[in-house]
Ligand binder design. Structure first.
Ligand code: UD1
Length: 429
């Protein structure tokens, strides 16, 4: 089935109001994978309705887990896992399925997965993941697009792993593998994203011994087994950032309730530079827009706590209507500028040179027929549509459904004129 839903936006409505933010996609996926290590039942709260979550659940069920969803709570019983392979069609449903490597290895000592390949935003190699598995003592063979990873007779043994780049997925895979391995694992130059700490917090509540998650050095003392626990997924900092930027672009005021303000620290400074007023009160953050947005001198995407690559496209949409010239350098993914061609259809003035984009702000955008090129690029199209004159028709929104739970409803609550048109469904041959 090929989803041909569209989102239609009638622009120039100010967004105003108060919202809660969904659970973090980049937390819920590795946490669901981490339930594979548990000998028993895990109860995970605040799981958003996203196609990537559905894809993760399908793989868990294939492996032998009993998974139930009641509203935003997913219960996983991993007592009877029987399989260690993930079929190619399930792997392909979600790029981040590579994190199953650590989950399955940790539990079964053997994993067979298809290689993820590139995607909309770049090549996405997995050399760091595979080299880490070898350092635990696993043997890896790759043939016909499949990776076969097996622990040797003495099992997986804790080790010191120095990452040449603080990869989020590799850090998660190492933690997952190390949790039940023999001995101690130390990760140097680990990724520091909040979602890594969230996964480690879940595993620790199950009996794991992970210290330093969220910092550059993480130490994992292997334990014999984990028992089930309950966990609530953190709010999604990328979704929170997206709705803040949407509000800034339409000239409104938004209150995000019950988020973790430090998680959005890296986007607060550039938003202030653009003229937005941002105040933090406990777990609530209020953004009030200026009359005119100003340019942001330079945005360089970096690993956390630098500016997140997952907010680059949305911030570029904002600067396309800000007074002056803004410069973006994309340091994380080599092909993460596909949204630019679509922004230009709205009348944005953007030039690129390799990993650099130069945005000359224009007075206003015009509604356009555009497509979501990828998840975050797609959300940037919605933002452009919200502030543009006239109607925007956005197709290929299955990308957006990977990471945003009912964005049209959330934005509708804030006053946007936006709807999903879902009578275009057809069968793909
Ligand atoms: C995660 C996030 C994604 C975010 C990204 C960077 C999830 C599910 N996804 O993706 O939303 O955009 O972090 O913040 O959490 N690299 C290698 N070799 C490897 C692994 C990575 O060279 O073995 C490179 C990648 O090509 C890329 C960079 O490292 O240039 C960052 O990738 P990584 O941090 O691994 O991102 P993901 O975990 O895939």
């Amino acid at each position: 089935m090929w989803n041909l839903d569209k989102i239609i936006v009638k622009g120039r409505k100010k967004l105003n109001g108060e919202i809660s933010v969904q659970g973090a996609k980049n937390s819920v996926l590795p946490i669901l994978v981490a339930t594979l290590l548990v000998d028993g039942i895990s109860v995970i709260h605040n799981c958003p309705y996203l196609s990537d979550v559905d894809a993760t659940v399908k793989i868990l069920r294939y492996l032998g887990c009993v998974v139930k969803r009641e509203g935003h709570t997913i219960t996983v019983d991993s007592t009877n896992i029987k399989k260690f392979d993930v079929p190619d069609n399930l792997m392909r449903e979600m790029r981040s399925s590579i994190v199953f490597l650590g989950g399955i290895m940790g539990r079964m000592g053997k994993a067979v997965l298809s290689t993820p390949g590139g995607c909309e935003i770049g090549l996405r190699p997995i050399d760091l993941h595979l080299s880490a598995m070898e350092q635990f003592g696993a043997t890896i063979t790759t043939e016909n697009g499949f990776i076969d990873c097996s622990a040797k007779e003495k099992g997986l043994v804790g080790t010191r792993i120095i990452l040449s780049f603080p990869s989020v997925g590799a850090t998660e895979n190492i933690i997952l593998t190390a949790t039940l391995a023999k001995g101690v694992t130390i990760i140097s130059n680990a990724a520091r994203e909040p979602e890594i700490k969230d996964m480690a917090d879940f595993l620790n509540s199950c009996g794991a011994k992970i210290h330093g998650a969220g910092e550059s050095t993480i130490t994992i003392e292997g334990v014999r087994s984990l028992c089930g626990a309950e966990h609530t997924v953190i709010p999604d900092r990328i979704v929170a950032s997206t709705y803040m930027i949407a509000t800034a672009m339409t000239g409104g005021t938004i209150c995000l309730k019950d988020i973790v303000p430090s998680h959005i620290g890296p986007i607060i400074q550039p938003l202030r530079e653009s003229g937005c007023h941002i105040s933090v009160d406990g777990r609530n953050v209020v953004l009030a827009s200026p009359t005119h947005l100003k340019r942001i001198r330079m945005i360089r995407t970096m690993p956390h706590p630098g500016f997140p690559t997952d907010v680059q496209a949305q911030m570029m949409a904002l600067t396309s209507i800000a007074e002056g010239t803004s410069v973006f350098i994309e340091n994380i993914f080599e092909s993460r500028f596909k949204h630019i061609g679509e922004l230009i259809r709205f009348g944005a003035k953007i030039n690129t040179e390799g990993r650099m984009a130069v945005v000359e702000g224009v007075k206003s955008l015009n509604g356009a027929n555009v497509k979501a090129t990828d998840l975050r690029g797609g959300s940037a199209m919605i933002l452009a549509g919200l502030c543009a004159d006239g109607i925007t028709e956005l197709s290929e929104i299955h990308h957006i459904d990977r990471g945003y739970e009912e964005p049209e409803k959330v934005l509708g609550v804030l006053g946007a004129d936006i709807k999903r048109v879902n009578n275009y469904e057809t069968t793909k041959n």
